[in-house]
Design a protein around this ligand. Structure first.
Ligand code: PMP
Length: 405
């Protein structure tokens, strides 16, 4: 026995996958050429697995704002805001986020992971209950574990099951806090938020929506699923990240509830970690303006999502239940999924390889995420290459005529 022997099983499983060619850490880009292209093993590779929904990592004004911020304020803050003080950009970005979502308060975290970790663990006290979707992101699970509240899971996107759980908790003391995501990160399906809001009202619960994958993507102004469905008034807390449509890194929570500001002196993942560097704050602020001012990016994103989703499903692949910028091809056989992923890399296409147990329903996925910056040619290339490899691996009929046979 050693300190690390508890990981023996994990290590063996990882070694097996690595031997089969499934090592995500072997993907080291020599260069990133644009929001949609990198150089991998000397080859130009289309990036179809980056969550860079609006392609803003290469926005000229955003890059310029970052460079100017470094020149003026240096490379980092070297500490937390509670110890080192804030730079004016931190408070300004919080105000901009609050205004963007039409809320009174905003808090910026160093990552989206920490936003969930901090908000969930702090808001829900030991007499409260967290009621979370079973397909929640790791940061929601970890936030729930870090806190002291009992945690109840309901079946993914199932309002009936949620209602059952809320009804059971109805006589329990304390507050009930429901946590859901806008668009779910693995399959790209979205929460039935109107039904969830109705339950939230009926049972007097609070509602947190993590719009990590839907901010900038859904809603007329890019405020996410709640805006798209017209239920923003029922959402008490919006959590999000800067690492997807905003093209940088960091996280946030906005709310209009009185008392929210207390979190600044209670929420440890906010208080005891270094604040975001000036360069990140500057480009994020610029990206937030773009999200509001350029709805055409969302329209382009939607067009690309439709091309990929319908292209792959017409080719015969099993894809997620609804069209969104996250387009996952579901492959039951893990070995085939690994082979598929490697063959795509060899042919210049990068997607995410998602394997159980990190995936819902114990299936393996090849997860693509499209960007407004992808050209139609890049999306067509992705559909062609995936179809070609699918046929070679016997996942698709080898000839079109077999489809009708
Ligand atoms: N919430 C969800 C739903 C996510 O998918 C992610 C990241 N994949 C996060 C939170 C964490 O965001 P970040 O990368 O900013 O830590």
């Amino acid at each position: 026995m050693s300190l690390f022997s508890k990981f023996d099983g994990l290590r063996a499983a990882h070694a097996k996958l690595t031997a089969a060619g499934a090592d995500p850490f072997s993907v080291v880009f020599e260069d990133i050429v644009s929001a949609t292209e990198g150089i991998l093993h000397g080859q130009r590779t289309v990036l179809l697995g980056t969550n860079n929904y609006l392609g803003l990592t290469f926005d000229e004004a955003g890059k310029q704002a970052s460079m100017e911020a470094v020149a003026r304020h240096g490379t980092g803050t070297t500490g937390s805001r509670i110890a080192n003080g804030s730079y004016d950009g931190h408070a300004r970005l919080e105000a901009e986020l609050a205004a963007f979502f039409g809320r009174r308060h905003g808090m910026v975290f160093s990552t989206g992971y920490q936003a969930n970790l901090g908000i969930l663990s702090t808001l829900a006290g030991k007499h409260d209950h967290l009621v979370i979707d079973s397909d929640s992101h790791a940061s929601i699970y970890d936030g729930a574990r870090l806190g002291h509240a009992p945690v109840v899971r309901f079946r993914h996107n199932d309002p009936k099951d949620l209602e059952k759980r809320l009804a059971r908790l109805a006589d329990e003391p304390g507050e009930k806090i429901i946590v859901v995501e806008g668009i779910y990160s693995m399959l790209g399906d979205s929460a039935p938020l109107a039904e969830i809001c109705e339950l939230k009202r009926r049972y007097g619960a609070y509602l947190i929506v993590d719009e990590a994958h839907s901010m900038g993507v859904l809603g007329e102004n890019g405020r996410g699923l709640a805006e798209e469905l017209g239920v923003e008034n029922d959402v008490d807390f919006v959590i999000g990240t800067f690492s997807k449509s905003l093209g940088s890194v960091g996280g946030f929570c906005v709310s209009s509830l009185e008392g929210f500001e207390t979190l600044r002196i209670a929420c440890r993942p906010y208080m005891f970690t270094a604040s975001l560097p000036p360069a990140i704050i500057a480009s994020t602020s610029r990206a937030l303006t773009i999200v509001g001012e350029q709805p055409e990016l969302r329209a382009r994103l939607r067009g690309n999502a439709e091309r990929l989703y319908h292209g792959l499903s017409a080719a015969g692949f099993v894809v997620g239940p609804e069209c969104s910028p996250i387009v996952s091809v579901i492959i039951r056989d893990v070995d085939k999924a690994v082979a598929f992923w490697n063959m795509l890399l060899e042919r210049g296409l990068y997607v995410n390889l998602a394997l159980p147990p990190a995936t819902p329903s114990a299936a393996a996925f090849l997860r693509g995420s499209v960007s407004a910056s992808h050209s139609e040619e890049q999306i067509a290339f992705a559909v062609d290459v995936m179809s070609e490899v699918g046929r070679e691996l016997g996942l698709l009929p080898s000839k079109v005529t077999e489809l009708s046979a």
